[in-house]
Design a protein around this ligand. Sequence first.
Ligand code: NI
Ligand code: MN
Length: 231
Amino acid sequence: MPLEITWFGHAGFLLQAGAHAVAIDPFLTGNPVAKQRPQDIRCGHIVLTHGHADHLGDTVAIAKANRATVYAAFEITEYLGQQGVEKLEPGNPGGKIKTDFGFVAFTPAFHSSSYDGRYLGMPCGVIVNLGGVTLYHCGDTALFSDMKLLGEIYKPDIACIPIGDRFTMGPELGAKAAEFIRPKVAIPIHYKTWPLLVQDASAFRPQGVEVKLLDPGETWTPSPADRRSSL
Ligand code: NI
Ligand code: MN
């Protein structure tokens, strides 16, 4: 069953393969570039990189409406439990959770994580395996050399890399991250959402990695040739 990848704009995605749908960082309400509304989202699983409002987003509403399971840092799942979200899978960097669709793993990210003044644990990147495809969403992060190691271990087909600068890497450092991770395809994210962020991806030019630019709301189905295992 082929994987379909829909970008919500900013850092959010919906991954769908057969009966399984996984949302990552579903920030729609207040997202100036989003085309979807929270009530449009059908998913059984939600994966969060960290607790900032532009990532936690509409998680509570979407989780409740879909009775979805949320995978996130321990402190985020504690917070979501207090908000009435019932199905929670806490984790932390270095950990991996086997699921009915594949797995979710948490990686380090150099950033912060809080919501409404509340500390929400370690920020993470996430690696999601679904529909035979492995996707590394770096979360919000600085460049770090262990990305090379994560690329060697997980061999992601696709990497979603923040390039907006100021709060994360900019395009030049993001390109270096892609060269460390060595996915088949890199999707730049966390840019052009607001005027404070880098407005285009023209300076994101990693060597040896295909760049896939998506528009907010766009769905892309990677072909078998876009998988690293086909190299
Ligand atoms: Ni953040
Ligand atoms: Mn962010």
